[in-house]
Design a protein around this ligand. Structure first.
Ligand SMILES: Nc1ncnc2c1ncn2[C@@H]1O[C@H](COP(=O)(O)OP(=O)(O)OP(=O)(O)O)[C@@H](O)[C@H]1O
Ligand SMILES: [Mg+2]
Length: 390
C-alpha cells in the first residue's frame, strides 16, 4: 500500500464506524458525510450536521479525527462543517425513526392512534392548557382522545379536567388485560377522553414525593405498557417543562410520536428555536407545528391587547420551518376554566374558537386520523404515517 493512494472509499469505510450516538446509526449511512477525499497527506472530510449548533459536534469531531487519522498515509485530518438542508434532515430523521420503530417493543397504544407530544422550549407557556383544550375540542368532534400526563410529579391535567377519581385496574379474570390500569373516561358529546396521570394515583403529598424516587422513564413506560388504553384516535401527551429525559424516553417508546410546540408571543424566537430543534433532533421527532399561546386579546369592540408582545409564534414557526397552527388569546376564562376543571374549548368565546379551529386543522391537515378499515397493514411499520419535514 503506497502512501497517498488512499481513495475516498477507504476514508468512507472508517467513517462508517463513526456513530451518531443519538440517531443510533453511522454518519455515512445517515447521509451526513458530504465529501471525503485525500490530498497529499491530508484527508478532507465535510460533515453536515442536523443543526449548526449540534451538541454532538465535539464527539463526532474527535471520533472522525482519530479514525481517519489512523489510516496509513494520512498525517492530517481537516474537518469541514456544513448543515443538512431541511429535506436532508427529514430523511435523516425518517431513517432514525424507522430504526427506532424496528427496535421498539409494542405498547398498548393502538397503531392507528395519532400520537402528539405537546412540548415547549420553555416552562409555563401553556402546554397543559393546550393539551386539555385540544383534547376536549377533538372529543367534541366525536374522536376518542387519550391524554397521557407525562408531567409525572408536576401533574396538572386532572385538576384542569376536574377529575378527582382514582385509577383502577382490570380484574384478574379479564384475560390479556388483567391487572392493566384503566384510564379515567370522560365522555364529551359522542367523543371520549381517556386520562392517565400520576395525579390519579397519588393520594397525599408524601406519596407524590415517593414518585420522585421513580425513574421518569420507568413511569412513562408503565403508562404505555400497563394501561388498557383500548381504542384511540389521538393520544396527546402533556410534556413536563424542560427538554431532557422524558422527551427522549418517549421517542424511544413511541417512535410514531409527532411534536407540537407551544410558545408565547414575547419569546426570543431564535433562542427557543435552537432549543426546539435540539429537542426534535435528540428525539428524532417531527415537529408538526407551532401554537402561540397568550396572544393578544381582542375585545368585542375591536381593541387588541397584546399584553405579552406579538409575533413570537410566527417567528418561531419560520425559524424551525413549520406552520403556525393558530394563536390562543390571553383570556381570563382560559385560566379559570383550568382552575374549575371545565376547559374553555367547550364554552365558546375567542379562545374557545381558536382551540376548535386548531383541532379542525389537526384533523383535516396536520395529523388526520388513520382509518384502519381502509388499511390492510396490521403492524405499525406498515401504517401509512406521514412524517412532516422540518
Ligand atoms: N391563553 C391563556 N389565557 C390566560 N391564562 C392562560 C392561558 N394559557 C395558559 N394560561 C394560564 O397560565 C398558567 C400556565 O399554564 P400551563 O400550566 O398550561 O403551562 P405549562 O406550559 O403546562 O406549564 P409547566 O411548564 O409548568 O408544565 C396557568 O395558570 C394557565 O391557566
Ligand atoms: Mg404543564
Amino acid at each position: 500500500m503506497s502512501e497517498g493512494s488512499l481513495d475516498d472509499d477507504r476514508i468512507l469505510a472508517v467513517l462508517r464506524e463513526v456513530m451518531d450516538p443519538e440517531l443510533h446509526d453511522n454518519i455515512v449511512d445517515l447521509g451526513m458525510v458530504r465529501s471525503a477525499y485525500q490530498q497529499d497527506q491530508t484527508a478532507h472530510v465535510t460533515i453536515a450536521l442536523t443543526t449548526a449548533g449540534c451538541p454532538l459536534r465535539a464527539t463526532i469531531k474527535r471520533d472522525c479525527e482519530s479514525r481517519v487519522g489512523s489510516l496509513p498515509g494520512i498525517d492530517n485530518v481537516q474537518l469541514h462543517w456544513d448543515e443538512l438542508t431541511p429535506a436532508e434532515r427529514t430523511r435523516v430523521m425518517d431513517r432514525a425513526r424507522s430504526h427506532a420503530r424496528a427496535s421498539a417493543t409494542p405498547t398498548q397504544i393502538p397503531a392507528s392512534a395519532r400520537v402528539i407530544s405537546v412540548a415547549s422550549g420553555k416552562g409555563g407557556v401553556g402546554k397543559s392548557t393546550v393539551t386539555v383544550n385540544l383534547a376536549s375540542a377533538l372529543a367534541s368532534k366525536s374522536f376518542t382522545v387519550g391524554i397521557l400526563d407525562a408531567d409525572i410529579w408536576g401533574f396538572s391535567v386532572p385538576r384542569m379536567l376536574g377529575v378527582d377519581s382514582r385509577l383502577s385496574a382490570r380484574p384478574a379474570n379479564s384475560g390479556e388485560e388483567r391487572g392493566k390500569i384503566i384510564p379515567v373516561e370522560l365522555p364529551e358529546g359522542s367523543g371520549l377522553i381517556k386520562l392517565v396521570s400520576t395525579g390519579l394515583m397519588v393520594d397525599t403529598e408524601e406519596t407524590a414525593l415517593m414518585w420522585r424516587g421513580l425513574m421518569l422513564a420507568k413511569a412513562l413506560e408503565q403508562f404505555l405498557h400497563d394501561v388498557a388504553w383500548g381504542e384511540l384516535d389521538y393520544l396527546l401527551i402533556d410534556m413536563p417543562p424542560g427538554t431532557g429525559d422524558v422527551q427522549m424516553a418517549l421517542a424511544r417508546l413511541l417512535p410514531q410520536a409527532e411534536m407540537l410546540v407551544i410558545t408565547t408571543p414575547a419569546l426570543n424566537a431564535q433562542k427557543v428555536a435552537v432549543r426546539v430543534a435540539d429537542m426534535a433532533r435528540r428525539s428524532h421527532m417531527p415537529v408538526v407545528g407551532v401554537i402561540e399561546n397568550m396572544s393578544a386579546f381582542v375585545t368585542p369592540d375591536g381593541i387588541s391587547w397584546a399584553l405579552f408582545g406579538e409575533g413570537g409564534g410566527q417567528r418561531l414557526a419560520d425559524n424551525i420551518g413549520v406552520p403556525l397552527l393558530g394563536s390562543i388569546p390571553l383570556e381570563p376564562a382560559v385560566s379559570s376554566g383550568g382552575d374549575n376543571g371545565r376547559p374553555i374549548a367547550l364554552d365558546g368565546g375567542p379562545a374557545s374558537q381558536a382551540f376548535q379551529d386548531i383541532a379542525s386543522l389537526i384533523v383535516n391537515e396536520i395529523s388526520p386520523p388513520i382509518n384502519m378499515d381502509e388499511c390492510s397493514a396490521s403492524s405499525m411499520a406498515e401504517v401509512p404515517v406521514t412524517f412532516r419535514s422540518k
